[in-house]
Design a protein around this ligand. Structure first.
Ligand code: NDP
Length: 479
C-alpha cells in the first residue's frame, strides 16, 4: 500500500485535512494505496510556492531549463521498468504497452520541450518607418489537468511546455491514476528543479480540480479530458479571463476504401479500435468500410478481434487489459446494452470478461464489434471510450465524408486507400484536427495536435504549446 503525497514547494506533504481515499487496481478490483483528498487550503500552499518561485525561474536561461527537463527525462528512463509496472497497475493497461509506449513517450515529451526551450523565439518586422520584434514571456503560475487513460504521457505532455517556457506549474493528474505523477514528483528535486517550480496536487476533480480552475492566482489552464468537464472548466475560466487550452473527447472515423492495402489496413483498424482497451481519445471507434469489401473486412476484422490476447495486465503476453475503473466499466457496458436497443448486432464480444485467479474481480470487457447501427444513433454519436467499435458500410467518397463528419466531435480520422488523389481530397474535407493517411496514431511531437468542434479549443505540439504558455509582446522603434 502506498500513501501518495502532494508535492508542494519541493516537499512531499499530506493534505491539510488529513483525508485520503483509496487507489484501486482495476485488474483485481482492490485498493493498493491511498490518494490525498486535497482541497483549497492545499492549493493555497501550492500557488504561494509557485508564485514565490516564478521570478527566479522566469529569469533562468532557457538552456538551463532545458537541461533540467532533459535530466528529468533521463531519470524516468533509468526507472523505465518501475514506471511501466506502476502505470500498468494503476490503469489496467498491458505492461507491454506501458513499457513500449506510455513511459518512453513521457520522457520523449520532456526532451521535445527541452529542445523547444532552446529554439523558441519571436519574430522580426522590418518596415520603412519602423522596426519591431516580438518577445515571448512566460505567463506566471499555470495549471495542467490531465486524465487517466495515458496518465504519465499526458501529464508530461502538458507540464513540459509549461516549464520549458518559464512558468511555474500546478499539475493535477486524475484521481484514478495518480501513481506515476507521484513517482515523477520524487525525481523533481534530484533533477535539480528549484523549489516551487513544479507542484503536483492530488485529489478529486470535482474539488481540487474545480478549485484550480477558479483560483485567481492561476493565469492559464491546459486541460485534457472529457468534453463535459472541458465545458465546466471553460466557463469557470471565462469569469477570470484565464487562458485555456482544451483537448477533449472524440468519436473518430476509420475510413476504409476498397483499394486499401489489405493486411496493413485490417491491423491499423484493429489497433485504432482497441489500443489501451479503446481508451485513447484518438481511437477509431467508428469503422466505415466501402460496401464492395464490407463482408470480407467484417470477417477478417472479427477474427482478428477474437484473437486479441486478453489477460492480466502484468502478464507479458497480454495485449488487452482491464478498463480503468468499475464505474467506467459499467458505463461502457451500458453503451453496449444501448447499442442492442438501437438495433445493433454484436458480432463479437459484448460482455464483461470474467477472469480466473488474481484478476477474478477485475474490470475487463471483451473487445466488441457491432454492426447494423445507423450513423445518427447514440452509439455512433457519443464517446464510449472503451473497447467498442461499430462497422458501417458506405458507397462512395461523399457518403463516407457525410458519415465521418456527422458527429459533434472532430478530433482525429484515419483514411485507408492507395489512391493518393482521393486521400488528399479526404484530408481536405474531413472536419478533424488530425487526419492520418494509411496509418493510425503515427505521432510527430513537432506537429500541431488538437481537435475541432466539441473535441477542443487550441492546439498542442511543440510550437503551439510553447505559444499557449507564453504571452507575446511587440517591441517597436522608429528606424
Ligand atoms: P474527465 O474530464 O473526467 O477528467 C479529466 C481530468 O479533469 C481529471 O484530472 C479529472 O480529475 C479532472 N476533473 C474532473 N472534473 C473536474 C472539474 N469539475 N474541474 C476541474 N477538473 C476536473 O476525463 P477522464 O479522466 O474521464 O478522461 C477521459 C476523457 O479524456 C475522454 O473524454 C477522452 O476523450 C479525453 N481525452 C482527450 C484527449 C485529447 O487529446 N483530446 C486525450 C486523452 C483523453 P479526476 O479524475 O480526479 O476526477
Amino acid at each position: 500500500m502506498t500513501d501518495i503525497l502532494n508535492f508542494i514547494g519541493g516537499e512531499h506533504i499530506a493534505p491539510v485535512s488529513g483525508q485520503f481515499f483509496d487507489n484501486i487496481d482495476p485488474a483485481i478490483g482492490k485498493p493498493y494505496g491511498r490518494v490525498p483528498d486535497s482541497g483549497e487550503k492545499d492549493l493555497e500552499l501550492a500557488v504561494r510556492a509557485a508564485k514565490n518561485a516564478f521570478p527566479a525561474w522566469r529569469d533562468t536561461p532557457a538552456e538551463q531549463r532545458a537541461a533540467l527537463l532533459a535530466r528529468l527525462a533521463d531519470l524516468i528512463d533509468a526507472r523505465l521498468e518501475e514506471f511501466a509496472r506502476a502505470e500498468s497497475i494503476d490503469t489496467g493497461k498491458p505492461i507491454w504497452l506501458a513499457r513500449n509506449v506510455d513511459i518512453p513517450r513521457s520522457s520523449a515529451n520532456l526532451r521535445a520541450f527541452a529542445d523547444a526551450a532552446k529554439t523558441f523565439s519571436g519574430q522580426r518586422f522590418e518596415k520603412k518607418e519602423s522596426q519591431s520584434y516580438t518577445l515571448r514571456q512566460p505567463i506566471g503560475v499555470v495549471a495542467t489537468i490531465s486524465p487517466w487513460n495515458l496518465p504519465l504521457l499526458l501529464f508530461t505532455w502538458k507540464m513540459a511546455p509549461a516549464l520549458a517556457s518559464g512558468n511555474c506549474v500546478i499539475a493535477k493528474p486524475s484521481e484514478v491514476t495518480p501513481m506515476t505523477a507521484y513517482m515523477l514528483s520524487q525525481l523533481v528535486n534530484e533533477a535539480g528543479f528549484p523549489q516551487g517550480v513544479v507542484n503536483i496536487m492530488h485529489g478529486r476533480g470535482a474539488t481540487i480540480g474545480a478549485a484550480i480552475t477558479r483560483h485567481l492566482g492561476i493565469a492559464a489552464i491546459s486541460f485534457t479530458g472529457g468534453t463535459a468537464t472541458g465545458i465546466d472548466i471553460y466557463s469557470n475560466a471565462a469569469k477570470q479571463l484565464k487562458k485555456v487550452s482544451l483537448e477533449l473527447g472524440g468519436k473518430n472515423p476509420t475510413i476504409i476504401f476498397a483499394d486499401a492495402e489489405w493486411e496493413k489496413t485490417v491491423e491499423g483498424a484493429l489497433a485504432g479500435a482497441f489500443t489501451n482497451q479503446g481508451q485513447v481519445c484518438l481511437c477509431g471507434s467508428r469503422i466505415l468500410v466501402q460496401a464492395a469489401i464490407y463482408d470480407k473486412f467484417k470477417e477478417a476484422f472479427v477474427a482478428k478481434t477474437r484473437s486479441i490476447a486478453i489477460g492480466d495486465p502484468l502478464d507479458e503476453a497480454t495485449r488487452h487489459g482491464a478498463t480503468v475503473s468499475q464505474p467506467h466499466m459499467e458505463k461502457v457496458l451500458g453503451y453496449i446494452a444501448l447499442a442492442k436497443e438501437e438495433g445493433g448486432k454484436i458480432l463479437t464480444g459484448g460482455k464483461r470478461k470474467m477472469m480466473a485467479g488474481r484478476c477474478q474481480d477485475g474490470y475487463f470487457i471483451e473487445p466488441t464489434v457491432i454492426e447494423n447501427l445507423s450513423p445518427g444513433c447514440r452509439t455512433n454519436q457519443e464517446e464510449i471510450f472503451g473497447p467498442v467499435a461499430t462497422l458501417m458500410p458506405f458507397a462512395d467518397e461523399n457518403e463516407a465524408l457525410a458519415i465521418a463528419n456527422a458527429t459533434p466531435y472532430g478530433l482525429a480520422a484515419s483514411v485507408w486507400t492507395q489512391d493518393k488523389a482521393r486521400a488528399t481530397r479526404m484530408a481536405q474535407r474531413i472536419d478533424s484536427g488530425i487526419v492520418w493517411l494509411n496509418c493510425w496514431n503515427l505521432r510527430d511531437l513537432d506537429t500541431p495536435f488538437g481537435g475541432m468542434k466539441k473535441s477542443g479549443i487550441g492546439r498542442e505540439g511543440k510550437q503551439r504549446a510553447m505559444e499557449f504558455f507564453t504571452e507575446e509582446k511587440t517591441v517597436t522603434a522608429p528606424r
